[in-house]
Design a protein around this ligand. Structure first.
Ligand code: GLU
Ligand code: ZN
Length: 306
């Protein structure tokens, strides 16, 4: 409950981000996410950061990072502060894992995908007390909070699948890569992010991330507060597929950004006047910041793009 002194305490300045993985060029779906997170930050006089989530080299496409940044610039989405590359954060991630081991919040696990599939697809804590050796193992976090519900800035109350939300999830993969759940939370903390606007494909993983924050924040001296999350609808093709690098429904043209920018605003439920289509990128962005209404974004998980 808020008391009078809480109300008077100044709100921390808004810090948001766009965190693409460089597994390909930006497509219409990721443009919408970039735009929504940018507009929400700017409307709230916030700082907007770009972080490249390059922790999975096998899935990386050469030149994708550069191309993503060029596209953001062509669309007038200028970031504040330096770009953070997750590939430069490994020491920090290792330090976090070490800390989690010291506090007995995680453990090694050697269960295979096949073994987990055989018990229904959700890991049941098999290795939690087995004291497995480091050798060739994944690392799982003891998910003691198992948060399954939260309030979303756009979707309202979200309830996730309980068994998924309570699973001891992986923070370090058997193949030697850091897991998304670890890196994303670690860096949102590192960058002091307090507002996250992103696509609905991450609605369920958010529950795990909230549990992870709880775990990491369990410190009386320096509590870590979780950010607020808002999830925008996913752009899907007429056939119901998520837009991806493979089925690029609406290719993005850096040399002619206005049509895609205009379409992205409409997708987000904003109501740009028709003549804005023929304005400069700067004018479209300026209009969009001034008129941004988070409440107009559809409360849907998916929307078809023509
Ligand atoms: N890197 C993730 C992706 O491209 C997004 C991470 C996030 O926004 O939390 O899907
Ligand atoms: Zn196991």
């Amino acid at each position: 409950l808020m008391n009078a002194s809480d109300k008077m305490r100044p709100q921390p300045a808004y810090r948001g981000r766009f965190a693409p993985s460089p597994s390909g060029h930006l497509h219409f779906g990721s443009l919408i996410t970039a735009l929504a997170s940018f507009l929400d930050a700017k409307k709230n006089n916030g700082t907007w950061l770009v972080r490249l989530e390059d922790i999975d080299p096998p899935r990386e496409k050469k030149g994708a990072s550069d191309h993503i940044l060029k596209t953001l610039e062509a669309f007038g989405l200028h970031w504040d502060e330096n770009i953070l590359f997750q590939s430069q954060q490994f020491d920090y991630y290792l330090h976090l894992i070490e800390q989690l081991f010291n506090e007995q919040h995680c453990y090694y696990c050697q269960c295979t995908r096949g073994e987990i599939k055989a018990i229904g697809g959700i890991y049941q804590g098999h290795c939690r007390h087995l004291n497995i050796e480091k050798n060739n193992s994944a690392i799982r976090v003891i998910n003691q909070y198992g948060i399954a519900q939260y309030h979303d800035l756009i979707q309202g109350n979200v309830s996730c699948d309980q068994t998924f939300a309570k699973e001891d999830f992986i923070i370090f993969r058997k193949d030697g890569l850091f897991a998304y759940q670890l890196a994303v939370v670690a860096d949102d903390i590192f960058q002091n992010i307090n507002h996250i606007i992103r696509g609905c494909d991450l609605l369920e993983p958010t529950a795990r991330q909230l549990s992870f924050y709880q775990l990491l924040g369990d410190k009386p001296i320096q509590p870590v507060l979780s950010p607020l999350y808002g999830h925008i609808p996913l752009a899907i093709t007429e056939q119901g597929y998520k837009l991806s690098k493979q089925n690029n429904a609406q290719a993005i043209d850096n040399n002619n950004p206005q049509p895609a920018l205009f379409a992205a605003l409409q997708f987000l439920g904003q109501q740009p006047p028709n003549d804005l289509k023929f304005s400069s990128v700067e004018s479209i962005i300026k209009w969009a910041i001034t008129h941004w209404q988070r409440e107009f974004v559809p409360k849907k998980r998916e929307i078809q793009t023509p």
